[in-house]
Design a protein around this ligand. Structure first.
Ligand code: GDP
Ligand code: IMO
Ligand code: MG
Length: 424
């Protein structure tokens, strides 16, 4: 058996949570492979809305196994909040959720360091989610991190060493920690860590490979999006993990040849939260209209998402990096009323036409080249089969498939589970 991977092709918030929830009945195991509580994955069904941050979006499927993999960074305090909410909703979370011992822990001081780093960058700040993601992955790579498995033995000594190192760094950055405030954060953190320990802590690489050997079906859930990947995204305006398919291999201990289908998910337009380049961003009424109609406000931070037209140059790049085998188009219903829709098919960089992302995407002078297509001007949210697609919508799909070279297997026409159309 092979694992399938579902990940975002844009700058995050493509609708990964919704689709993982829809696909979960076909899988035995759902595993998050990277990122942390910077993610906000929204699920809607039976009139209820849930936002998941660190817990996989398969958690509502009775009988499923959900794994927080080794590539994830976990904040016990936020994890407890999330887990308790699920318990209140009747999800038997302790029975179906397992956590990798190798996942790294976000400490209270990591959050303080995240804020200090952003302050030091001034106008050049990344616009992070403030959850301590960058400093935690920095500690992991510099071999100073603490892992979930460390909670099982001699944690206090390891914690004291990390704490004093971090306090020194904060001091040097001119952002000394307030002793009383830190103590309060630590108290909450330690209580939360004790609760975290009551979950099955596992060697997830063995568990996942055994599941495959037993013929079980595994879905790997990505967080963020390809353009936020630390190696291939719009560096330095990225997150600190590998959000691409390769991240599923390292984040779960799955060999490259065990990757099966790669579901690449994108919105019919484009959004971004935080700073950084966004070639097709709209600063006009159309951008505002997309934001209003698409409710484009962050699931975690509530920040306004920047909005623009779909960028096929960036999408082709993301498809290449990830080896996407099936595309999933989300939120096309947001464009239902538009008389025409635009798609960026190429860039002009310093006046020269190109179909590639420039190395210096953060500073390059990029002018998007658009093709304009007729809008479908039909309410799509009640449509449940491909046969009901209006002609202009079919033409839009054909146009995208021609430019992207991969079939669009699923079209989503609303936030609810049921507003999902599989194409034949
Ligand atoms: P994720 O981070 O990729 O899981 O995406 P988010 O949950 O952050 O953002 C996607 C938002 O769009 C959520 O509020 C979803 O409820 C909503 N959504 C998902 N699919 C659709 C869709 O097809 N149409 C509309 N209108 N909303 C959708
Ligand atoms: P989901 O999984 C959208 C963005 C932040 C910031 C940059 C770095 O819901 O798609 P970080 O806190 O990771 O150091 O911030 O990445 N970012 C996201 N944007 N969706 C997300 O997750 C994001 N996670 C991080 O806004 O620009
Ligand atoms: Mg999100």
């Amino acid at each position: 058996m092979k694992v399938d991977v579902l990940l975002g092709l844009q700058w995050g918030d493509e609708g990964k949570g919704k689709v993982v929830d829809v696909l979960t009945p076909r899988y035995d195991v759902v595993a998050r492979f990277q990122g942390g509580p910077n993610a906000g994955h929204t699920l809607e069904f039976e009139g209820q809305k849930y936002v998941l941050r660190s817990i996989p979006s398969g958690i509502f499927q009775p009988g499923s196994v959900n794994i927080i993999g080794s590539g994830v960074v976990l904040d016990p305090v936020l994890f407890v909040q999330e887990a308790r909410e699920l318990e209140k909703s009747g999800v038997p979370i302790k029975e179906i959720l397992r956590i990798s011992r190798k996942a790294h822990l976000i400490l209270p001081t990591h959050r303080l360091l995240d804020a200090a780093n952003e302050k030091a960058k001034g106008a050049g700040k990344i616009g992070t989610t403030g959850k301590g993601i960058g400093p935690t992955y920095t500690d992991k790579i510099s071999r100073n991190g603490l892992r979930v498995g460390d909670l099982e033995a001699d944690f206090d000594t390891k914690y004291a060493a990390a704490r004093s190192r971090h306090l020194g760094m904060l001091e040097a950055m001119g952002c000394p920690a307030d002793a009383a405030a830190l103590e309060a954060l630590e108290k909450d953190w330690m209580e939360a860590a004790a609760y975290l320990r009551s979950f099955p802590l596992i060697d997830s690489e063995y568990e996942i490979n055994q599941a495959l050997a037993d013929g079980k079906k595994v879905l790997c859930e990505g967080a963020q999006g390809t353009m936020l990947d630390v190696d291939y995204g719009s560096y330095p305006f990225v997150t600190s993990s590998n959000t691409v398919t390769a991240g599923a291999c390292t984040g779960l201990g799955v060999a490259p040849r065990k990757i099966g289908d790669v579901y690449g998910i994108f919105k019919a337009y484009c959004t971004r939260v935080g700073s950084g380049p966004f070639p097709t961003e709209l600063f006009d009424e159309t951008g505002k209209r997309i934001r209003d109609l698409g409710h484009e406000y962050g699931a975690v931070t509530g920040r306004e998402r920047r909005c623009g037209w779909i960028d096929l140059v960036a999408l082709r790049y993301a498809i290449m990096i990830n080896g996407v085998t099936k595309l999933i188009m989300m939120k096309s219903d947001v464009l239902d009323d538009f008389p025409t829709v635009k798609a960026c098919t190429a860039y002009k960089v310093d006046g020269k036409l190109t179909d590639r992302l420039p190395f210096d995407i953060a500073t390059a002078n990029i002018e998007p080249v658009y093709e304009e297509l007729p809008g479908w001007q039909t309410p799509m949210t009640a449509i449940r089969s491909e046969e009901e697609f209006p002609e202009q919508f079919r033409a839009y799909i054909d146009f995208l498939e021609k430019h992207l070279g991969v079939p669009i297997a699923i079209v989503s026409v609303g936030p609810d589970r049921t507003q999902t159309i599989e194409r034949h």
